[in-house]
Design a protein around this ligand. Structure first.
Ligand SMILES: Cc1cc2nc3c(=O)[nH]c(=O)nc-3n(C[C@H](O)[C@H](O)[C@H](O)COP(=O)(O)O)c2cc1C
Ligand code: SF4
Length: 494
């Protein structure tokens, strides 16, 4: 594993509370850290003064896109986030070109194969395998940039689109070269501050006659399942943004029946740097089987919620240290987002942020979301709230999902409200295993996995709730969208 961890925190704009210092934050959680991280291990722009507000602001200011962030001679993190503007504005085409120079897409397929890059949208599928599948399929291939940013617990995709649109669009050109596509569709969530930025960026490039392959931005409804690849493909084909039954996979038959390479925005941004600096450079951070960096959303019991970048393979503890460590004792950590898993704090803190590392701990990397749940917050209540939202996001096409998710959400809500008994707990376990694998997409699997992990990690609280209440309040730590809690169905609009 690459030891050094370098972070940038950018969201919200004001990086740290005015009185935050490293010692202040660390003192709050005696005994909470599994192993101290020596200051020297944290490299890059965040040396020992990383908790200091002025040092933080100076470091962010130094990140203005005036130079190539990680040239071939250096390799560390931040990589993708190195060029983020400190004022929160999107990097313009002129600034982008000044920072990175021209893009060359020759040999894109070979670069992707040698890089070992895996998708950053959730499943972590090797990009090379998808490229091969698209190339092997019959028909004129197409590339889709997945900017649905559907997980409400995560901010990183919207952040990347609103700040670094040209890095993503460069990557789309690399992807198009790899599969010999003649068209790129940029599917972007209809959210203020995101869609307009991507539209403007594509228009800027069109005026500059920059791209070999034409690109078109299409807005997608802001719903959880619209970013599932078959839902995206159906929407881009003129249908509703709902998942379709597969096989065939989108790679073989996607938009309008054509072979379609769908990649997440962070995956695309990685391609932009890979094409410039090569696979050997790309592999200099991360772990051999999962090279590169991860852009994470970190929130919960931290000094500031943030989007940060870390090498693949750093522990959850190291990622949390990058946002000013913990503000209060933590009982559990949700890793992965809506389709993620709860891990107890001691397990989570020591677990490497990689697909293999998290799988070994019973978790999942998912959409790169890390949420630290304070010990003084009720994990069952938080999960019930999220389960209600997720049940409302079912596209309503598959029985297991349509009926199973509301049943799971209802039972968990009853349990969290002190109205459950052991039969409710038994039913929850049964339903969680029976809905998995029974939908057209993995939405029920994700929700069932999340709820099952809550029953396991908060087992002591389950016992307390069976006789009333655990004594911990519902604090609304998980940022579940308010409007969606009423159970609106997903993807119905076009
Ligand atoms: C219910 C559901 C929702 C999803 N939402 C998104 C999303 O919002 N954005 C995204 O990039 N991928 C999303 N995915 C994953 C996509 O189906 C697909 O695997 C991904 O876009 C491929 O890109 P990658 O290989 O670069 O990760 C979702 C998957 C499921 C099952
Ligand atoms: S599993 Fe659920 S979300 Fe997925 S297609 Fe079926 S009904 Fe829709």
């Amino acid at each position: 594993m690459t030891a050094p961890t370098s972070h940038r925190r950018y969201w919200p704009e004001d990086p740290l509370p005015s009185d935050a210092t490293g010692e202040w934050v660390r003192e709050q959680v005696p005994g909470q850290r599994s192993a101290p991280i020596p200051a020297g291990e944290i490299t890059g722009e965040w040396p020992t003064g990383m908790w200091d507000r002025r040092a933080a602001q100076a470091a962010v200011a130094a990140a203005a896109p005036t130079a190539v962030p990680d040239g071939p001679g250096t390799a560390g993190v931040p990589r993708l986030l190195a060029a983020v503007r400190p004022d929160g504005r999107a990097v313009s085409l002129a600034e982008h070109q000044q920072a990175y120079g021209p893009l060359r897409t020759a040999g894109a397929g070979r670069l992707i194969t040698e890089s070992g890059l895996r998708g950053r949208g959730g499943a972590g599928f090797p990009v090379e395998a998808k490229v091969r599948a698209v190339r092997a399929a019959r028909g004129k291939p197409l590339v889709v940039v997945n900017g649905a940013a559907g997980d409400p617990l995560g901010e990183k995709d919207a952040f990347l689109m609103s700040r670094l649109p040209h890095l993503i669009l460069d990557g789309a050109q690399v992807a198009a070269a790899a599969v010999e596509a003649r068209q790129v569709l940029v599917s972007v969530v209809q959210r203020p501050g995101v869609l307009e930025v991507m539209e403007r960026a594509v228009a800027e490039r069109r005026r500059a006659r920059l791209d070999e392959v034409p690109m078109k931005v299409v807005g997608v409804p802001d719903r959880y399942v619209t970013g599932e690849s078959s839902a995206t493909a159906q929407h881009l084909s003129g249908g509703p943004a709902l998942p379709t039954f597969h096989p065939p996979h989108t790679a073989e038959r996607g938009v309008k029946g054509r072979p379609t390479l769908v990649q997440n925005v962070e995956t695309m941004a990685n391609l932009a740097l890979l094409a410039r600096y090569g696979p050997a450079w790309f592999r200099r951070v991360g772990v051999p089987e999962e090279p590169g960096s991860l852009v994470l959303t970190v929130q919960g019991a931290v000094a500031q919620p943030a989007v940060i970048e870390v090498p693949v393979g750093v522990t959850v503890e190291q990622a949390l240290s990058g946002v000013g460590w913990l503000t209060e004792p933590v009982g559990a950590v949700l890793v992965g987002g809506c389709a993620g898993r709860w891990l107890s704090a001691p397990v989570a803190l020591a677990t490497p942020l990689s697909h293999a590392g998290l799988a070994a701990a019973g978790g999942t990397l998912g959409a790169g979301i890390v949420i630290a749940l304070p010990e003084r917050a009720c994990g069952l209540d938080e999960t019930a709230r999220l389960a209600r939202y997720l049940s409302g996001q079912s596209a309503g096409q598959c029985g297991a999902c349509l009926n199973g998710l509301p049943a799971i959400a209802g039972a968990l809500t009853a349990l969290a409200g002190g109205k459950g008994d052991r039969t409710v707990v038994g039913r929850l376990h049964r339903w969680c295993s029976s809905v998995a694998g029974r939908g057209a997409c993995n939405h029920p699997d994700g929700t069932a996995g999340l709820v099952a992990s809550a029953l396991e990690v908060f087992a002591e609280d389950v016992e307390r709730h069976l006789s009333g209440w655990c004594g911990r309040p519902l604090r609304g730590v998980l940022p579940v969208p308010e409007t969606e809690r009423r159970g609106r169905r997903a993807g119905a609009s076009r």
